[in-house]
Ligand binder design. Structure first.
Ligand code: FES
Length: 457
């Protein structure tokens, strides 16, 4: 959707990209080209790409090593197999070995003739019917992925078993009932005023389906009326969470309609809808929905004759353009008093929000917040596997259980932040990104000690 007037608000990402000659817009496309040209891994490919753009290697190593589309070579036939929790649990991971044998190629590689590539990914949004695979854009689900990929078994593409018995007014709540979309936007744009939308949404009690279940009207009121950008973030990769896939596949009209209503209500001039490449059907349905919106007069230069313009632009390569940013060190580096850097995050079995996973049984897989320490650090602080560890930072204290592991680099510890008993979120800093105000709550300098002896180092 396009701005219809001047945008005077400071946009930190745009300013950063402009200062650097906007190389970030070319970064992802260049990484994809480099991936197609060479079998080298991201560690070799990414620095070569950034060297030609005047960027630090770190700007490309992040996306090249993280996004599944950029990490491995693609053959003319690209097969993606899910190895996330639900699919792994379905056959204890054997399905991936079976596909490797069937296709004659290892995960993360392509056949020497470039015909077939295989990639292990997480997740494909078919967790209810795993193991799941994508053969190009075609879905394969169920217990025989290798045979289906070889054409020896009937291809299965199980639909999402959607049901709603909550009675809650949540975004997906009425999808199974098939209530038609695009009822509201034509009425609002022709006869409504922006000030009318917020109270109506508040009265409806509509909530989002993210972990927080935030009230939509509360969010909109918090941003006020500003010429910013509304983002429908459709990224999801946690096993069992495929609400964004359901919405984009089952009711794709609702996403652009919700975006234009949010823009109208909040005064935003742009909107972005993210669709994962792991969801090719969702992408196709979203494109069809936008085409229908134009055909029916809901989008265009003058929507329903009102003079309000809604225009949708696809990027030239049809992919998201990321702005590359230089690496900045943590706001709170270690010093003589706080020698270790503590990074907090999620574990494989955890979502960070209790409302999403506390009732799912995954707590039994990893029942406490563990502190990963490199063996050298464990020896230096005289901490053994399983010891209770006091973690003291400048802002607070936590109590964790030690796990000695070479997965933690020397001088850096890691822990999850799922369980309130560990109190690790009380030890976090108030530092925030100066450009985006995003809190740097996941990195802090700490000292550790054996909690049973009380000494701190
Ligand atoms: S865990 Fe495999 S599709 Fe979600």
């Amino acid at each position: 959707m396009v701005p219809t007037g001047p945008v005077d608000r400071f946009d930190a990402f745009r300013a950063l990209a402009e200062r650097r000659g906007r190389p970030g817009e070319r970064l992802v496309g260049s990484l994809a080209e480099a991936r197609a040209r060479t079998a080298d891994g991201p560690g070799v490919r990414a620095p070569a790409v950034t060297a030609g753009m005047g960027l630090l290697a770190a700007a490309a190593l992040g996306p090249a090593g993280h996004y599944a589309d950029l990490t491995a070579p693609h053959g003319r036939r690209q097969v993606r197999v899910c190895e996330a929790t639900a699919c792994f649990a379905a056959q204890l991971g054997r399905h991936l070995c079976g596909v490797e044998r069937e296709l004659g190629v290892a995960a993360g590689a392509a056949t020497p003739d470039g015909e077939t590539s295989l990639q292990a990914v997480r997740c494909l949004g078919h967790c209810y019917a795993g193991p799941a695979a994508l053969d190009g854009d075609a879905t394969r689900t169920g217990p025989t992925p290798a045979a289906q990929l070889a054409g020896r078994a009937v291809a299965r593409d199980a639909a999402i078993p959607a049901a709603d018995d909550t009675g809650d007014p949540v975004l997906l709540g009425r999808l199974p009932a098939g209530e038609p979309a695009r009822q509201v936007w034509p009425r609002i744009v022709t006869s409504g005023t922006p000030g009318r939308v917020g109270p109506e949404v508040a009265a409806s009690g509509l909530r989002g389906r993210g972990g927080a279940g935030c009230r939509v009207a509360t969010k909109w009121a918090a941003v006020g009326r500003a010429p910013g950008t509304v983002v429908a973030d459709g990224d999801e990769g946690d096993p069992g969470s495929f609400a964004d896939r359901l919405l984009r596949e089952a009711a794709p009209e609702r996403v652009p309609e919700g975006l234009v209503l949010a823009c109208f209500a909040c005064g935003a001039r742009q909107a972005v809808a993210l669709v994962r490449s792991e969801y090719p059907r969702a992408l196709a349905r979203m494109r069809e929905a936008v085409a229908r919106a134009y055909a029916d007069g809901h989008f265009g230069r003058s929507v329903h004759g009102t003079g309000t313009a809604v225009q949708v632009f696809a990027t030239p390569d049809g992919r998201a353009h990321l702005a590359a940013a230089p690496y900045l060190p943590p706001g709170e580096p270690p010093d003589d008093d706080y020698l270790l850097l503590l990074v907090t995050g999620r574990r494989w079995a955890h979502h960070n929000s209790g409302s999403t996973t506390r009732h799912s049984g995954t707590s039994a897989l990893d029942p406490v917040d563990l502190l990963d320490l490199h063996p050298d650090d464990a020896a230096r602080y005289d901490l053994r596997e399983g010891a209770r560890v006091g973690v003291d930072g400048r802002h607070g204290r936590a109590r964790l259980t030690a796990r000695v592991s070479e997965q933690a680099p020397p001088g850096q510890a890691f822990c999850s932040f799922r369980f309130t008993a560990s109190r690790v979120n009380r030890a976090t800093s108030e530092h925030a990104n100066t450009a985006t105000s995003c809190p740097e709550y996941q990195v802090m300098a700490v000292r550790v000690h054996d909690a049973s002896t009380g000494g701190a180092r």
